[in-house]
Every structure is written in structure tokens, then in C-alpha cells.
Design a protein around this ligand. Sequence first.
Ligand code: UDP
Length: 380
Amino acid sequence: MGLTVLMNAGPWLAVPPPGYGGIENVVATLVPELRKLGVRVLLASVGSSTLAADERLSVFPDGQFENLQRPYNQVCGVAQAHLHGVVRTLRERDDIDLVHDHVEAVGLATLAALGPGAAPVLHTLHWDLGKHPDLYGTLDGGDRVRVNAVSAAQLARAPRALRAHAIGHVHLATPLAVGADRRAPVEVGDYALILGRITPGKGQDTGARLARRANIPLVLAGPVGPYRDPAELAAAGAAARQNPDVRFWYDEVAPHVDGVTVRWIGQVAGAERDGLVARARATLFPLRWEEPGGTAVVESLALGTPVVATRRGCLPELIEHGRTGLLTDDEDELADLVVAAGLVDRAECAREAARRFTPEVMARRYLELYERVRRQPVAV
Ligand code: UDP
């Protein structure tokens, strides 16, 4: 009999997510590949999830994303209600070999406290928790509970209680990497692209300022808080400023956006997004935080576009300086590197993605970790 895994995607968004959704995207990429490899998957999510699975369980009919804006105790209440359903299933059944959990803090603590007889748990870290060294306090669960990160850099910055349970890291993947090395080259435009949520850690202000100074066309693609494009943001009026990303947009980014050299086109999706990435001379990541996993980074490689970035977080693990992109410790150098990115071999970027960042590579690595979690308890 193959392995049966309870995949806990949490109650926040459907899988796959209707728009933005980090964890839910990872689960949507991973589950079909695991099933191809013979794993039975019981998906714990919300009722509106459409991802194919062998079985499903849900407490909420729809994603509870808007509840994430509520006070912390209410956020925990929603997470607990979802977890209650997961725990009930684990108590009722004895055929679950492993729980692969993606729900931060509340989820892991609850699963860890289930006692020695319960199914082992692999918890995947999705965020940079470096600013919260004491989050989780001490974690129960002993050898039953293991933690993996999405990069070595992320693991190194994880809270102590989590690092004590660490079993390794698995880089993110993208379906775009499948056959990336066989895709026909496209005509490359003159613009650089910053793809991602517009938020201080992603450094759109720096990118826009440098692009204006060096006269390099720059496209900013991504939502500002809950607002998908300039029209939605304008319609929201002054009240929108309560959102810190909206304040960042107005105060730090917008002053550099002239609509000619630097443009904000709002959120992009599907073929439009892929075409925009594929035709960019480089994707730019003027990061000001320690990027934990960088989905947009591996997507860029998969579409044959070199990455120019500050050397932070997972970037040095994903990008080889000079071969698949250009990295620097000095953000003022980024504009020069965007120009130099023309020297990077785009076919090599695509080959790297096809070799390292396909869903199959990710699923095989998780399967290895599942086996290790089940068979070889590691001394904590
Ligand atoms: N994304 C998108 N459209 C946008 C902006 C972002 O589809 O306008 C996607 C992007 O392609 C990637 C994800 O959102 O798949 C962002 O993931 P990443 O890990 O790069 O950043 P996060 O926002 O999760 O920190």
C-alpha cells in the first residue's frame, strides 16, 4: 500500500487560490505530482477548493482570507476551528501515515500536542520568521514533528523551537519549469520588471528610483494591498491609506512613477503575466527583506529571464551570479546590473529551471522527507 498523506492547506484560501496565494499555490503544485508518484492525498482545505485529491475535508465552505485582517485571537479562532476538523479526522482514522502541515503557529502547535500515538507531522515553513525568535516557545511532539523550510537561508533564520525540529529545506517549484529548456525563445523588450506584491520588503521604491535615475524602462506588476490596479486603488480613496502597503505606495513608490519610464500596471495573471516576464530584459528584486522562497524568482528562470537582485534570503541559493542572474550587496549597483543582464545566457536560465525547479523535483524531495520523518526519527 502506498503512503496516505493528510495535506493541511489551512482555511484561508481555496486550492488553487483564486488570485494571490502563496501556500495554496505550493499545495496546488505539489499534490498532483505526489499523486503521480503513488501517494494518496487527503486534502484539508475549504469547500470551494477544486484541486483534485483522493479525499477532502473542510470545515469552512469558502476561504476565510478576510478574517486574517481581524484581531489575532479571532484569526486563531478560525484556524482552530479548521484544525478541529483535522484533529477529529486523525482521531477517527488509523490509515493516515503522515500530516504535511502548512498552517503556521496554531496549526503546528495543535498537531504537535496530539501525543506520541498520532501520525507524524512534517510542517513546511512559508514565511520569514527571523524577527520572531521566540515564536512557538517550546514545541511539543518530539521526534513526531519535523520542520522543513523553503530555503536554507529561511531555515537558518527560523525560531529556535522550530530549528530544533528541522529536517532540511525544499526549494519552491513552478509548473512553468516543465519543458522550459525546449521552449522557443521570444523577442526580448527593453524593460525591466518587478513582479510581486507592492510592499516595503520587495523594494519597489528602490527599483523605481534607480530606474528613473538610469533612464531604464521599468514595469511594476502586482497588487497594492487588496487593490489590484490603479483604478481600484483610486476608487478606494483616502480610507485605503489605513493599509501599510498603500501608504508605502503613495509615500515611497508613487513619487518615482512617471507613467513613462516607470509604470505600474497592477496585478497580472496567466498568459499576460508569463509573456511580461518572458519578454523582460531582467526581473528585478531590490529586496529589503530576507526573501524566504521566491516563487517569482524561479518563474523568471523558467521563462528564460535573468534575475537581478540584492543578495538576500534565498537568492544566492536560487541564482548563480553570472550564470542565471546578477546579485549584489550594493543596491545602488542594481541599475548597472539590469543593463549587464543582457550578457546572461537566457537559455541557461531556462535549463536551470527545467533541472531544478519543476514540480516533480519538488515532489520527489518531499517524498524523501516523508520517508525520513516516518522511518528515522532524528535526535532533537
Ligand atoms: N504574482 C502574480 N501576479 C502579480 C504579482 C504576483 O501572479 O501581479 C504571483 C507571482 O507570479 C508568484 C506569486 O504571485 O507566483 C508571488 O510569490 P513570491 O514567493 O514571489 O512572493 P510572495 O508574495 O509570496 O512573498
